[in-house]
Design a protein around this ligand. Structure first.
Ligand SMILES: [Ca+2]
Ligand SMILES: [Ca+2]
Length: 195
């Protein structure tokens, strides 16, 4: 078994004779390392006999995929400080939620993996995203507006298709009818899972 997080695991003696024993077992693990054998001293009260003692590990904490991503990149499971969804510690204009959703490195400056072309009567917006982030609840939506005004963004007539999948990334092409007055703005909205 490989440790996921740098988490202290406590163990509980479930043996029926535990009332005559005393002892504490605990260990900590580093991410990506194997669990080490536990060693402990169990002390029996005087004038008692006991059989084998079974220690059962407490349930490990459940972390979301995004929390695991945070820990890998920032050493923290929480959306705080430089690990916050809204933070941009590498200063590339993409906050951590976008970095996670698009499969980017939040600690190295990069660019939005997206392109826009006019193909006949349609605007085609292609972007690359993390399949794991998508599979774990992140929602991606292409929206358009002709004015940029609040409340003007629409998903009407937007169609999407996955055009390629490579390793942990997939590329999506969204098609939107171009406006007859030759002015239309597109944006990618990403909604995280909230923890
Ligand atoms: Ca960034
Ligand atoms: Ca980055």
């Amino acid at each position: 078994m490989t440790a996921f997080g740098n988490t202290l695991h406590s163990y509980t003696d479930t043996n029926a004779v535990s009332s005559i024993l005393s002892g504490t077992v605990s260990t900590s693990n580093s991410p990506g390392t194997d669990y080490s054998p536990l060693s402990t001293l169990v002390t029996a009260a005087s004038n008692t006999a006991f059989r084998g003692v079974t220690f059962v590990p407490s349930a490990p904490p459940a972390y979301t995929h995004q929390q695991q991503w945070r820990f890998t990149n920032f050493g923290s499971y929480d959306s705080l400080a430089s690990a916050a969804d809204s933070a941009d510690p590498d200063g590339d204009g993409l906050n951590n939620l976008l970095e996670y959703a698009l499969g980017l490195n939040p600690n190295a400056s990069g660019t939005l993996p997206a392109s826009l072309v006019l193909n006949g009567a349609n605007l085609e917006y292609s972007y690359t995203r993390s399949t794991a982030a998508k599979d774990n609840g992140v929602v991606y939506q292409i929206e358009w507006s002709d004015t940029l005004e609040t409340g003007s963004w629409s998903t009407q007539a937007v169609s999407e298709q996955i055009t390629s999948t490579e390793a942990a990334l997939e590329t999506v092409k969204a098609s939107i009818p171009a406006d007859s007055n030759n002015k239309r703005f597109l944006r990618l909205r990403v909604t995280g899972v909230g923890n």
